[in-house]
Design a protein around this ligand. Structure first.
Ligand SMILES: [Zn+2]
Length: 165
């Protein structure tokens, strides 16, 4: 059965419930898209679709500065990682694996790879070596909350260095 509304069901390449689990939760904990199959690096993960909207909304993805695709069913629910395992082609509306992905893993993308401005900036706990800790769009400045958070974790890491050094 298709994850998307029924009109897309017969189109090849759209995600199916046999291949993916979509978890949608209000508290955002555990929300995301998880694969039920192993996906090898370089392969097509899925096609996606949605409704074109003029502004950033929650679960939208930027096509260009004045067009955004609202997909609350699949691609709009992908989790962020600073070391993602998929990338989105916003012209072809396709998702590609940039790492080998094990069954049960969440599909993750870098939100700043598609968005100039995010619906909402947020704290990142992805734990990758290159984690930016605070995520904003590629054309927006870190907001006050983000600056304060980055300063606080910088101070914490300085304390840790002093203690161990
Ligand atoms: Zn991160």
């Amino acid at each position: 059965m298709s994850i998307n509304p029924c009109e897309l069901e017969k189109n090849i390449g759209y995600p199916s419930r046999a291949s993916f689990v979509v978890k949608k939760q209000d508290n955002e904990l555990g929300a995301g898209v998880y694969t039920k199959k192993t996906i090898s690096r370089g392969s097509l993960v899925a096609r996606f679709s949605g409704t074109i909207v003029e502004k950033v909304v929650q679960h939208s993805l930027q096509i260009n500065p004045t067009s955004h695709l609202h997909d609350p069913h699949f691609a709009g629910l992908l989790l962020h990682s600073c070391s993602p395992n998929v990338m989105l082609d916003m012209q072809g509306l396709t998702i590609w694996a940039i790492k080998d992905i094990e069954s049960g893993e969440a599909l993750t993308m870098d939100y700043a790879s598609t968005e100039d401005f995010l619906f909402k900036q947020f704290k990142c706990l992805c734990q990758s070596d290159n984690c930016r800790h605070w995520i904003s769009g590629r054309k927006e400045k870190v907001n006050e909350e983000g600056k304060a958070y980055l300063k606080s974790i910088q101070e914490k890491s300085l304390l840790r260095i002093r203690k161990t050094g």
